[in-house]
Write a protein that binds this ligand. Structure first.
Ligand SMILES: [Zn+2]
Length: 93
Protein backbone atom coordinates (compact mmCIF):
# COMPACT_ATOMS: atom_id res chain seq x y z
CA UNK A 1 0.00 0.00 0.00
CA UNK A 2 1.44 3.35 -1.03
CA UNK A 3 1.34 6.21 1.38
CA UNK A 4 -0.59 9.27 0.27
CA UNK A 5 0.58 12.76 1.14
CA UNK A 6 -1.75 15.75 1.33
CA UNK A 7 -0.42 19.26 0.79
CA UNK A 8 -2.53 22.35 1.48
CA UNK A 9 -1.66 25.86 0.41
CA UNK A 10 -1.84 28.20 3.42
CA UNK A 11 -3.19 31.02 1.27
CA UNK A 12 -5.80 29.61 -1.13
CA UNK A 13 -6.37 26.34 0.76
CA UNK A 14 -6.05 24.26 -2.42
CA UNK A 15 -4.97 20.72 -1.71
CA UNK A 16 -2.88 18.19 -3.57
CA UNK A 17 -2.98 14.56 -2.67
CA UNK A 18 -0.65 12.10 -4.19
CA UNK A 19 2.03 9.62 -3.41
CA UNK A 20 3.96 10.47 -6.55
CA UNK A 21 3.88 14.27 -7.00
CA UNK A 22 6.60 16.11 -5.15
CA UNK A 23 5.69 18.89 -2.77
CA UNK A 24 4.04 21.62 -4.91
CA UNK A 25 4.31 24.22 -2.11
CA UNK A 26 7.11 26.57 -1.20
CA UNK A 27 7.89 27.82 2.30
CA UNK A 28 7.50 31.57 2.73
CA UNK A 29 9.01 33.21 5.81
CA UNK A 30 8.60 36.83 6.80
CA UNK A 31 11.40 37.81 9.15
CA UNK A 32 13.78 40.60 9.95
CA UNK A 33 17.40 40.74 11.02
CA UNK A 34 19.93 37.94 10.99
CA UNK A 35 22.10 36.47 13.72
CA UNK A 36 25.71 35.47 13.30
CA UNK A 37 24.47 31.98 12.35
CA UNK A 38 22.14 33.44 9.64
CA UNK A 39 18.95 32.59 11.50
CA UNK A 40 16.34 35.38 11.57
CA UNK A 41 16.13 37.52 14.72
CA UNK A 42 12.40 38.13 14.39
CA UNK A 43 10.22 35.61 12.63
CA UNK A 44 6.80 37.18 12.05
CA UNK A 45 5.09 34.66 9.88
CA UNK A 46 5.64 31.41 8.04
CA UNK A 47 3.52 29.56 5.54
CA UNK A 48 3.54 27.21 2.58
CA UNK A 49 2.17 28.65 -0.63
CA UNK A 50 1.40 27.12 -4.02
CA UNK A 51 2.90 28.32 -7.30
CA UNK A 52 -0.28 30.22 -8.26
CA UNK A 53 -0.28 32.21 -5.01
CA UNK A 54 3.41 33.02 -5.35
CA UNK A 55 2.79 34.40 -8.85
CA UNK A 56 -0.44 36.17 -7.85
CA UNK A 57 1.25 38.05 -5.01
CA UNK A 58 4.30 38.89 -7.09
CA UNK A 59 6.69 36.80 -4.99
CA UNK A 60 7.63 34.80 -8.02
CA UNK A 61 7.53 35.49 -11.73
CA UNK A 62 5.26 33.30 -13.80
CA UNK A 63 7.07 30.37 -15.37
CA UNK A 64 7.57 30.79 -19.09
CA UNK A 65 5.14 28.73 -21.06
CA UNK A 66 6.65 25.60 -22.59
CA UNK A 67 7.54 26.10 -26.20
CA UNK A 68 4.79 25.02 -28.49
CA UNK A 69 5.74 21.99 -30.48
CA UNK A 70 4.22 21.82 -33.93
CA UNK A 71 1.78 18.96 -34.02
CA UNK A 72 1.72 16.45 -36.81
CA UNK A 73 -0.98 17.22 -39.34
CA UNK A 74 -3.75 14.70 -38.94
CA UNK A 75 -4.07 12.73 -42.11
CA UNK A 76 -6.57 9.94 -42.36
CA UNK A 77 -5.45 6.72 -43.91
CA UNK A 78 -7.45 5.24 -46.77
CA UNK A 79 -8.73 2.57 -44.42
CA UNK A 80 -10.01 5.18 -41.98
CA UNK A 81 -11.71 7.14 -44.77
CA UNK A 82 -13.45 4.01 -46.05
CA UNK A 83 -14.49 3.10 -42.51
CA UNK A 84 -15.97 6.57 -42.00
CA UNK A 85 -17.92 6.40 -45.27
CA UNK A 86 -19.24 2.94 -44.42
CA UNK A 87 -20.21 4.13 -40.94
CA UNK A 88 -22.03 7.15 -42.39
CA UNK A 89 -23.88 4.96 -44.86
CA UNK A 90 -24.97 2.59 -42.12
CA UNK A 91 -26.10 5.47 -39.91
CA UNK A 92 -28.27 6.81 -42.73
CA UNK A 93 -30.24 3.59 -43.06
ZN1 LIG B 1 -2.32 28.83 -3.07
Amino acid sequence: MSEETIWTCDRCKRTWRSSRVKNPLQRIVISSGYNHNYSPVHKYWQGDWCQECLVETGVRKPEPLPEATPSEPTRLSLEEIVREIVQEEMDNR
